[in-house]
Design a protein around this ligand. Structure first.
Ligand code: 4NP
Length: 150
């Protein structure tokens, strides 16, 4: 799960997906990171931690890291939150095998529409709640699309 700073959208995506994976007794490895290095080593944004906690998801122990070329090898699927993140990862890919791993997350929910999870960093509490709702829907779709019972 990849966003820009790895302190708002992608840590919530990581926390929520891990919860859904546990609920489905799956053996998946999930991680998140940012395309930028502004917040490396920092915990998620307090506003995101608060919203996550309100929905019974603890993301307070996560720490920001930057996307690494080794992620192309470690992971089968790489989900970008928005088109800018998507382009930045694609630019780092060395071949089609790596490029084909990269997707916009919301295309799991609304296939082919290329919708984005909006960056809430300069937004309101409602923008953070909107991120939660989008991610919850999209991650349920991801599990369904991969034929996993909810
Ligand atoms: P994120 O949000 O990409 O969802 O983690 C942002 C966090 C920090 C900044 C931008 C977006 N920033 O400009 O520092």
């Amino acid at each position: 799960m990849v966003c820009l700073g790895n302190i708002c959208r992608s840590p919530l995506a990581e926390g929520l997906l891990k919860k859904k994976i546990d609920a489905n007794a799956l053996d998946w490895t999930v991680d998140s990171c940012g395309t930028a290095d502004y917040h490396v080593g920092s915990p998620p944004d307090k506003r995101m931690i608060k919203i996550a906690a309100a929905f019974h998801t603890d993301i307070s122990n996560l720490r920001s890291r930057q996307f690494s070329l080794s992620d192309f090898e470690k992971f089968d699927l790489i989900y970008a939150m928005d088109k800018s993140n998507y382009r930045n990862i694609i630019e780092l890919a060395k071949n089609n095998y790596q490029r084909n791993k990269v997707h916009l997350l919301l295309n799991e929910w609304k296939f082919g529409q290329n919708l984005e999870v909006p960056d809430p960093y300069y937004g309101s509490e409602q923008d953070f709640i909107n991120v939660y709702n989008l991610l919850d829907e999209a991650l349920d779709s991801l599990l369904n699309n991969r034929n996993v019972k909810k």
